[in-house]
Write a protein that binds this ligand. Structure first.
Ligand SMILES: NC(=O)c1ccc[n+]([C@@H]2O[C@H](COP(=O)([O-])OP(=O)(O)OC[C@H]3O[C@@H](n4cnc5c(N)ncnc54)[C@H](O)[C@@H]3O)[C@@H](O)[C@H]2O)c1
Length: 447
C-alpha cells in the first residue's frame, strides 16, 4: 500500500460512482435494492459503517464523534449507479424475487429502478463453478479476447451512465479451490498465461485483471483466489488501483472473530470449536460441491489459529480441534442457521461449554459490506492508495496482506486499523488508548 497523502490532496467525491458487480445474485441484488430503498427513505442502512458509524477524534474530553460520512469525503448513496454481469438474463428485480431475501413489498417500491438494471453477458467457465449454467455468457473465444470484452463493457458502462469513477466488487459464485501457481507469480507471467489461454485463470481472475488494468479498484467478496496473487497486486500498483479481499466476513466467522478475541483476552482455554451451518440459497447449492466448498473451508479455518496463537499458548489452545461444515438445506433459503459449540476451559482446567445459535440472514449481513467496500475503495483511489488495502480486512474472512505478513482476524483490531487509517488520511492524530495524561500534569495527547 502506498503512503496516503495529506487531506489537502484527497480528490473530492464529485459526480457519479459506478459500482460494477460480477455476479448479480442474492448478495448483489439485496445490496442494490437496499441502496435504492435507503435513497427513497424507506429503510435504514443498518450494518453499514459508512452510513451509520461514527468515529472518535482527539481527546476524550473534546467529545468529537462525527459520523464517518461527515468526516471523510465519501460518495453519497444518491450518487451511486449499478451495473454488472451474470450468467442468467434476469434483470435485478427478477433476480431479487428469485433470491427471496427481501419482501415483495419492498421490491415493488423500487421495482422500476431494479428492472432497468440488466446483467451484461458473463465470462463463465463451468470448470470453475459447478452446478449452475445459464445462457447469458460471452462466447468463449480466447482469454485475451474475453478480457478485452470485459474492459469494453466497463468503458461503455462508464460512458452510458455518465460515471466519474468505477469500482468493482466480485459477488459471483465461489469458484473451486485453486492454489496459487507460477502463472500468478508476476504480471509478466500472468500476461503470458492470458495470451496462451492457460487453464489456471478462472473467470474471477479475468474480471479482476480487466478492472485493475483500467485502474478500477477491485474487491473480492468470495473465497476464491481472484486478486490475491502477486501478479495482480503488481498490476494494481502499476495502474494506481486499490484492491482488497477475500470472502465477506458475515455470519459465523464474524461471530467467531468477535467471541474468540474475548475468550483469549481473559486467558480462557479452548479445546474445541465445532461450527456447522444449514443454508438453502444458490450459494449453498454451489458450496455443496466439495471442490467449491474447499475454497470456503480454507478461508473459514484460518481465523482461530491466528487469533489464538496456539504455538505461543500451548496450554490454552495447543489441543484445539476446529471443524467447519456447511450443509445445503433448501427449505431455509437465504435464512441460514449457524451453530457453534465451543468447549472452553477455566481455572484449574475445569471444562465449560458455550453454544451459539445464530439465525441469520446471509445476504442481509453481506449487503452493507458491499456498500462500505465500494465507498472506501473509491476513497482509497482518490487518496492515491494503490495495491493491497489491509485496513479493509475488517470486512473479510481471509484478509489479503503484504507478502509474508500474517493477517489480523480479531475484529476489534481490524476496526481500530480502519479507524486509524481514516484518522491518518484526514490528518487527525491516532488514538492509542494509553490515557495516562488524564491522570498527570503533562499536556494531554490522544488517549
Ligand atoms: N452472503 C454472505 O453472507 C456471503 C458471505 C461471504 C461470501 N459470500 C460469497 O458471495 C458470493 C455471492 O453470494 P450470493 O449468496 O449472492 O450467491 P448467488 O449464488 O445468489 O449469486 C452469485 C451469482 O454469481 C453468478 N455467477 C457465477 N459465476 C459468474 C461469473 N463468472 N460471471 C458472472 N456471474 C457469475 C451466478 O449466476 C449467481 O447469480 C458467493 O461467492 C458467496 O460465497 C457471501
Amino acid at each position: 500500500m502506498s503512503n496516503p497523502p495529506s487531506p489537502a490532496s484527497l480528490r473530492p467525491a464529485t459526480g457519479k460512482l459506478g459500482i460494477l458487480l460480477p455476479g448479480m445474485g442474492a448478495v448483489a441484488t439485496t445490496f442494490i435494492a437496499g441502496v435504492l430503498a435507503v435513497r427513497k427513505g424507506l429503510a435504514l442502512p443498518i450494518g453499514s459503517l459508512t452510513q451509520m458509524g461514527s468515529i472518535r477524534l482527539g481527546q476524550r474530553t473534546e467529545h468529537r464523534n462525527p459520523f464517518l460520512r461527515d468526516f471523510v469525503p465519501l460518495s453519497a448513496v444518491q450518487d451511486l449507479v449499478f451495473g454488472g454481469w451474470d450468467i442468467y438474463e434476469d434483470n435485478c428485480y427478477q433476480a431479487a424475487r428469485k433470491a427471496g431475501v427481501l419482501s415483495p413489498d419492498l421490491l415493488e417500491s423500487v421495482r422500476e429502478d431494479l428492472e432497468a438494471i440488466r446483467p451484461m453477458p458473463a465470462v463463465f467457465d463451468p470448470g470453475f463453478v459447478s452446478r449452475i449454467s445459464g445462457p447469458n455468457v460471452k462466447p468463449s473465444t480466447s482469454k485475451r479476447a474475453l478480457v478485452e470484452a470485459l474492459m469494453e463493457d466497463m468503458r461503455q458502462f462508464k460512458q452510458r451512465e455518465g460515471c466519474d469513477r468505477l469500482v468493482m466488487i466480485w459477488c459471483g459464485s465461489t469458484e473451486r479451490y485453486l492454489p496459487p501457481g507460477a502463472v500468478h507469480e508476476s504480471l509478466e507471467a500472468l500476461e503470458r498465461a492470458i495470451d496462451q489461454d492457460h487453464p489456471d485463470l478462472p473467470p474471477g481472475m479475468l474480471y479482476a485483471y480487466a478492472a485493475l488494468r483500467l485502474g478500477i479498484p477491485y474487491a473480492n467478496g468470495a473465497p476464491n483466489l481472484s486478486c490475491d496473487v502477486p501478479a495482480l497486486v503488481e498490476l494494481a500498483r502499476k495502474t494506481g488501483a486499490p484492491l482488497a479481499g477475500k470472502d465477506f466476513k458475515t455470519g459465523q466467522t464474524l461471530m467467531k472473530t468477535i467471541v474468540a478475541p474475548g475468550l483469549k483476552a481473559r486467558s480462557l482455554g479452548i479445546s474445541g470449536w465445532f461450527s456447522t451451518n444449514i443454508l438453502g440459497n444458490r450459494d449453498g447449492e454451489v458450496l455443496d460441491d466439495p471442490d467449491n466448498f474447499r475454497s470456503k473451508e480454507v478461508s473459514k479455518l484460518g481465523v482461530l489459529e491466528q487469533i489464538l496463537e496456539p504455538e505461543r499458548h500451548p496450554e490454552l489452545y495447543g489441543e484445539l480441534y476446529h471443524k467447519v461444515r456447511i450443509e445445503y438445506y433448501p427449505p431455509r433459503g437465504d435464512n441460514k442457521e449457524g451453530w457453534d459449540n465451543i468447549d472452553i476451559t477455566g481455572w484449574l482446567g475445569y471444562p465449560m461449554q458455550i453454544k451459539i445459535d445464530f439465525l441469520c440472514r446471509d445476504s442481509i449481513l453481506a449487503a452493507p459490506l458491499v456498500l462500505d467496500l465500494a465507498l472506501f475503495l473509491d476513497l482509497a483511489a482518490r487518496a492515491g492508495m494503490s495495491g493491497v488495502q489491509e485496513w479493509l480486512s475488517f470486512y473479510f474472512k481471509s484478509p489479503q496482506t503484504a507478502p509474508g505478513l500474517y493477517a489480523q482476524h480479531d475484529v476489534f483490531i481490524q476496526r481500530e486499523k480502519l479507524m486509524n487509517t481514516l484518522r491518518h488520511l484526514m490528518g487527525e492524530t491516532l488514538i492509542t488508548h494509553l490515557g495516562l495524561e488524564y491522570y498527570s500534569d503533562e499536556p494531554a495527547q490522544n488517549a
